[in-house]
Design a protein around this ligand. Structure first.
Ligand code: NAD
Length: 496
């Protein structure tokens, strides 16, 4: 494998990363060195924010909220700056995609596709800029008689802590900062330690777009001390988090003391239900296998990792999924022919290989894959696209979020059984239904306890609410309700 980081560092002008607090970039004594997941090569270092640094960042955001112009600014001013930022993101798209390829190894070929795309992040800023002059309150008539007026107003929730995972840094940055800034909040953002360089650049561009001092603050570093200091800080009004269920739970605990508002986008074990009458069983197989291999190698929260396939359609489904598995290419993420990324780190590699071993021990049939790539790929965290068939829903490979290129195929006989298996999970993020029967498609969609159902296909767009039931999270990103989640509702009453 031929990736050499240094020339890309030079072309992209990559510098060591600094914090941004109250409008000033600053270095720290402690730093974090990031290594490329495809080669283990050192990419660079960035500042680790201490408890003290986080405290200063929150205070700067508080000051900008309590005393600054942003929460009190005219709608037109905020719209202008957020739209300018969207344009800046588009102008810097190639640079940002390159930084992402260095950070988390997502290939350039995939950096145009929804979750990893800069263009969609820009669209999300445009979308939320559009709400600024449209979301207001209500005027309510008296209920029990009398002559009085009640009105509601939407006001910004305050200081927002935005905590990001590493897998889709652009879109997830936008899903949090666009509505927060549109609503007039101030923000402290913490990227993942495995994808910080591209987020640092996104923050620099926000300043270039004209955001006033202290409105956005950046603290880089790992979950501990940086993330912990942020979620336990009494000066934070709202935490908006995307990441694992374990840290989501920790955030709910840590917020209880000061009753922080919380939005959580967590994991999933999303089922795709493929009926034998699907318009195209092969296409359904390509969609599921594509979601667990292409681009992020299955490190995607909403990937359809559990394929529930009606028995008569199984052979066709598996044959097509296997064909796609064979077509996935790995290697240097800057090579346009490369389609999939490595796993993010050694810990994740061991975890995925552990699940593959467990699937075999539990009696599922390994159709393809199941191994780490060797030879040229041995220095990276690459796992071959893997398919398990004849699995049942009690197996760990059907229950746990593996976050790797593993598709688990579970057979079913009828609609009732399919719905029961699909809902037999602690998660509830997304699902797919593949059938030619329209009434069945809607019946099953209604019965599924998930936040998003794709019928014969799945698409994500800035205005479509995104989020999950059950332990997949709290709240939704995208659309009007996401904007409103960064506001408080105030009621003002007056006798006439
Ligand atoms: P993670 O939970 O390990 O880390 C997420 C972020 O939390 C990182 O910035 C990390 O530094 C920080 N963090 C860790 N410990 C913390 C603590 N104690 N306090 C505060 N912050 C802390 O998740 P990850 O490995 O980066 O991402 C993978 C997970 O994200 C998967 O479970 C995936 O399903 C989920 N995810 C969900 C969505 C969604 O929209 N539902 C999207 C992408 C990823």
């Amino acid at each position: 494998m031929t990736l050499t980081v240094q020339p890309h560092r030079e072309t992209l002008g990559l510098k060591d990363g600094r914090l941004l607090i109250g409008g000033e970039f600053r270095e720290t004594d402690e730093t974090w060195t990031h290594h490329h997941p495809a080669t283990g090569e050192e990419i660079g270092s960035f500042a680790v924010a201490s408890v003290q640094d986080v405290d200063e960042a929150v205070r700067a955001a508080r000051k900008a909220f309590d005393e600054g112009t942003w929460p009190r600014s005219r709608a037109g001013e905020r719209i202008k700056i957020l739209r300018r930022y969207g344009d800046l993101l588009r102008e810097h798209s190639d640079e940002l995609r390159g930084l992402q390829a260095l950070d988390n190894g997502v290939p350039l070929s995939f950096g145009q596709i929804y979750a990893t795309s800069v263009g969609i992040a820009a669209d999300i800023f445009d979308h939320h800029a559009g709400w600024i002059d449209k979301v207001g309150g209500q005027t309510l008539p008296p209920y029990q008689g009398g002559d009085h007026l009640a009105m509601t107003f939407r006001e910004p929730v305050g200081v927002v802590a935005a905590i990001l995972p590493w897998n889709a840094p652009f879109v997830l940055f936008a899903q949090k900062l666009a509505p927060a800034l549109a609503a007039g909040c101030t923000v402290v953002v913490k990227p993942s330690e495995y994808a910080s360089f591209c987020v640092i650049r996104m923050v620099e561009l926000l300043i270039e777009a004209g955001l006033p001092e202290g409105v956005v603050n950046l603290v880089t570093g790992p979950g501990n001390p940086t993330g912990e200091a942020l979620i336990t800080h009494p000066g934070v009004d709202k935490i908006s988090f995307t990441g694992s269920r374990a840290i989501g739970r920790r955030i709910v605990e840590a917020s209880a003391g000061t009753m922080k508002r919380v939005s959580l986008e967590l994991g999933g074990k999303s089922p795709a239900i493929v009926f034998a009458d699907a318009p195209n069983v092969g296409l359904a197989a390509m969609t599921c296998m594509g979601m667990v291999t292409m681009g992020l190698s299955g490190q995607a929260c909403v990937a359809h990792t559990r394929a529930l396939v009606q028995r008569d359609a199984q052979d066709e489904f598996i044959a097509m999924a296997q064909m796609l598995a064979g077509a996935v290419t790995f290697g240097d993420p800057f090579d346009p022919a490369v389609l999939a990324s490595p796993l993010i780190n050694g810990k994740q590699l061991e975890r995925v290989l552990g699940y593959i071993e467990r699937g075999q021990e539990e009696g599922a049939r390994l159709v393809t894959g199941g191994t780490r790539l060797d030879g040229d790929y041995a220095s990276g965290n690459f796992v071959a696209p893997t398919i398990f068939a004849d699995a049942n829903n009690d197996m760990a490979i059907a229950r746990d979020e593996i976050f790797g290129p593993v598709l688990t195929v579970v057979p079913f006989d009828d609609e009732e059984e399919a719905v029961r298996i699909a809902n037999d999970t602690e998660y509830g993020l997304g699902a797919g239904v593949y059938t030619n029967d329209v009434r069945r498609a809607f019946r099953v969609s209604k019965a599924l306890r998930v936040g998003m159902v794709g019928i014969n296909g799945f698409q994500l767009e800035p205005h479509i609410p995104f989020g999950g039931y059950k332990q997949s999270g709290l709240g939704r990103e995208g659309g009007q309700s996401a904007y409103e989640a960064y506001t408080e509702l105030k009621t003002v009453m007056m006798p006439l």
